[in-house]
Design a protein around this ligand. Structure first.
Ligand code: DC
Length: 207
């Protein structure tokens, strides 16, 4: 079975995807980590991110070192913002799409896969067996993200995190290619007033 989970930043989609995969014995792919890793490789290269062309970016996506997706460095706000900017580039998306589909089509577990992102149910895996769209009030998401960043030892101010999320939501929803939106056949869960275990139980009930 293939499960597609989309949603806004800090909505709880990653936590749900990870926990579902663990519970079901499926493989899990955090597709946002791919975009973040491309952003980090650009930062590591020292090139000016404001003067980078789409063709140059595709090269970073093509030669992506997957180990970077596990680096704690991809979790900073700077990397998240750059990832969202890079994600508007159609040819970068096309490169990363191949990797995402390959994992979903042949998950190493041989059981199934859970992928989370922005366009999994709409573009990457339109035929997924089950689709969830996860969202929450932006103030609650900003509060969660501020706490996460602080727990990871980074300094974070609620108002700055809120402004970052607003900007990222806008960019992710308004881009012309694969914008963030719920697939027509997705089940929407609003996690504003739910903890992670309640969200997991709700998703399991649908499964
Ligand atoms: O889920 P995240 O916050 O780690 O994602 C970082 C950025 O990557 C997000 O702002 C937009 C982009 N992204 C995307 O465009 N498509 C995906 N499937 C996943 C992430």
């Amino acid at each position: 079975m293939i499960i597609a989970i989309d949603g806004s930043a800090a909505s709880g989609k990653g936590t749900l995807a990870k926990e579902l995969a663990q519970h079901l014995g499926y493989d899990y792919l955090d597709t946002g980590a791919l975009y973040r890793a491309v952003a980090l490789s650009l930062i590591n290269s020292g090139m000016d991110e404001n003067n980078i062309t789409e063709n140059q970016m595709v090269k970073y996506a093509s030669s992506l070192n997957i180990a970077l997706t596990r680096s704690a460095k991809i979790r900073s706000s700077a990397v998240a913002n750059l990832a969202s900017k890079i994600a508007v580039m159609p040819s970068v998306r096309a490169k990363l799409l191949i990797f995402q589909r390959e994992l979903a089509e042949a998950p190493p577990s041989g059981q199934g896969a859970v992928l989370d992102g922005r366009d999994i149910g709409t573009v990457v895996l339109p035929n997924a067996d089950l689709k969830f769209f996860i969202d929450a009030d932006i103030n609650i998401r900003a509060d969660r993200r501020t706490k996460e960043l602080r727990q990871a030892g980074q300094s974070a101010m609620f108002c700055e995190v809120l402004a970052d999320l607003r900007m990222r939501d806008h960019r992710d929803k308004s881009r012309s290619v694969a914008p963030l939106r719920a697939a027509d056949d997705a089940i929407t869960i609003d996690t504003s007033n739910l903890d992670a275990s309640a969200v997991l139980q709700m998703a399991l009930a649908y499964i």
